[in-house]
Design a protein around this ligand. Sequence first.
Ligand code: FES
Length: 124
Amino acid sequence: MSETEELNWHDATKVSKLKNGKKKMLTVKGKMILLGMHDGAYFATEALCRHMRWPLSWGGKVKDDCIRCPLHQTTHKLSDGELVEWSPFPLFPPYGRLLGKMSRKKDLKVYNTRVLDSKIQVQF
Ligand code: FES
């Protein structure tokens, strides 16, 4: 994103639709995001794993303020999306090990969140 590009807040869902410990994939203004609540705080990231585009809402685990993809265990920090571990467990699909080596390591995009008028908003 260029420095001149303006960030805007967008409604993602109602506060009542997301309980602590839950996460869901949503499309907000045409962008697929993962929105969740962990330890009482909201987080939002891009929806698909950076390794092989697995939807993180399908089995992604939040632990130690990180999100871990269930497929090959790629792990990112929730605070800024920094890569912690890249595809350490590429057993499925079988070509995962090869792709894990070939694909370039990337951080996960994270988005700011806030609550306004009983709605969770994300910023991008
Ligand atoms: S698709 Fe997520 S770690 Fe491979």
